[in-house]
Ligand binder design. Structure first.
Ligand SMILES: C[S@@+](CC[C@H](N)C(=O)[O-])C[C@H]1O[C@@H](n2cnc3c(N)ncnc32)[C@H](O)[C@@H]1O
Length: 210
């Protein structure tokens, strides 16, 4: 089965094919076998499919907004070699969907990529609150994407943020200090900040208290 063929994916994201391997190179150290992972904003499922191919012991729960859920489910049905649980609808700002996720089995890790700069800042805070509610002490939250650093300004990320805000004033590349503060207030420790290709980062937060 060819799973890198863009014609086989609904909502195919070229960036997800480019970044899946570098992300996995770093992420795998935080995901021992058998871990249970909740992914927020799974998109086309390209990461979920690739990561679970690399480690078939992972139990991976995909989620998406209601209007993208069906396409993601079709991709998983058509392309997965292992069994995924049914995709859950999740808008982090919707209490009903959040409570449905909380009622599922517990998770060891929460993962998301390229979503914090798309959702509103209220959405980002709701994502952090969700992380705090679904992860046990010691659980890990891994976030891939671009972030802004006062002391190391990256013009392409500043320009990208301005472009996002023109399309939707609620979107925008997030300031690392604000992200760290939000997680700290939800009981997380900032464990690691990995530099990734194309001026992206993989942030790792660890739940330190309930
Ligand atoms: C650029 S896509 C990233 C998709 C995928 N993770 C990837 O890396 O290709 C942004 C994602 O953010 C999701 N999103 C936006 N607002 C959201 C919200 N309030 N709750 C959950 N997901 C949201 C969208 O549904 C979309 O999947």
């Amino acid at each position: 089965m060819v799973i890198n063929d863009q014609t086989t994916y609904l909502n195919y994201a070229p960036a997800a094919d480019r970044n899946k391997q570098p992300i996995w190179q770093v992420l795998q150290a935080y995901l021992p076998s058998n871990q249970s992972v909740l992914e927020v904003a799974s998109g086309s499922g390209q990461h979920a499919l690739y990561f679970t191919q690399q480690n078939p012991q992972l139990r991976w729960q995909c989620t998406e907004l209601s209007d993208a859920r069906d396409a993601l489910q079709i991709n998983l049905n058509e392309l997965s070699v292992s069994k995924f649980p049914p995709v859950k609808t999740l808008d982090v700002l919707n209490d009903y969907f959040v409570s449905e996720i909380k009622a599922l089995a517990s998770f060891d890790c929460l993962y998301t990529s390229n979503s914090l700069h798309i959702m509103s800042w209220d959405g980002c805070l709701a994502f952090m609150s969700l992380a705090s509610q679904v992860l046990p002490e010691g659980g890990v939250c891994a976030i891939y994407g671009p972030f802004l650093y006062d002391d190391q300004p990256v013009q392409s990320n500043i320009d990208f943020s301005a472009w996002l805000k023109e399309r939707n004033p609620e979107s925008g590349v997030r300031d690392i200090k604000e992200v760290e503060k939000g997680f700290r207030e939800e009981g997380f420790e900032f464990l690691a900040d990995h530099a990734m290709p194309a001026n992206n980062r993989l942030l790792i937060f660890k739940k330190s208290s309930n």
